[in-house]
Design a protein around this ligand. Sequence first.
Ligand code: SAH
Length: 266
Amino acid sequence: MTDISALAARLRFVLVRTSQPGNIGAAARAIRTMGFGRLVLVAPQRYPDPEATAFAAGADAVLDAAVIVPDLQTAVADCEAVYGATARQRAVALTEYTPREMVAPVRAAAAAGGEVALVFGNERTGLENDELALCHGAVHIPAAPDYSSLNLAQAVQVLAYELRVGFLDNPSAPPPRQADPPASAGLMEGFFEHLATALDDIDFHKGRSPTTIMLRLRKLFLRAQPDERELRVLRGILADAQRMARLAGSPGRTAAEPGDTPDGGL
Ligand code: SAH
C-alpha cells in the first residue's frame, strides 16, 4: 500500500463550536482510525475535558496536537479547499458533493500542495450561514431525508472513511490540475470584502439588499477557483471602478488619489 500520510499531512478536520467534549474525543478516534491526524477546534464549548480523553480511546496524540482557534476564518485562512459538512440539503449557494464525490477534488488539491479543510458544525445548530459562506463546497451524507442528522463524530467517520477507501482503491496520483493553485481562503475573503465595497461604491444595489447577490457572486468566484494572479486582476478592476465612481461623484476632481489600491501589477 502506498502511504496515505502525504494526504494526511495536508488535511485538517475542523470542528466548529462543539458542545460535547465526548464528540471531540470520538472525532479524534475516527480521524486516527482512518490514518489521519490533524484536528482544529474552533471555540469548543468545553475543552480540554476528561470526557474528550475518554472518548478518544487512545487516540490521545490527535487530541494533544489539536489546534484551538477562536473562529472559522482563522481555522481555514491558509486553505485552498474548504468543504463544509451539512446535515441538511439547503439552498446554500454552494456546490454540493457526496462524501465519495468529494474525494477526488480533495486529493487533487492536497497532491498539488494545497491545504484542505473539512468543516463540521455544532451538534445542535450545524454550520451557520456565515460559516458555510467560508466554504468552497458542501458535503452532504445522503442520509434518510426525514432524519438526516448524524452524530457529529459519526459524520467525521464517514468522510474520513470515504477518503481512506478512495485512496486505497486508487493510491496512484490524482488527475492533473491547473498549474497555478487557487488563491487561499484568506485571499478570497479579502477579494469578497473588496467586491462588496466596490458594489456599494458604484451604487450597484440601488437600495436592494446586497445579501443574495453577494452569495451568488461568492458561488461564481469560488467555483471558478481563481489563482492569485487572476485575483489581482479582478481587484485591479474593482479599484479602478471605485476610482471612477469617486471621480464621477466629485465634480472638479480630475486625478486619482495617490494610495489607491494597486492596479494588479499586470
Ligand atoms: N441539527 C444540525 C445537525 C448538526 S449535526 C443541523 O440540522 O444542521 C453536527 C454536524 O455533523 C453537522 O454540522 C455536520 O457537519 C455533520 N453532519 C451530521 N449529519 C450530516 C450529514 N447527513 N451529512 C453531512 N454532515 C453531517
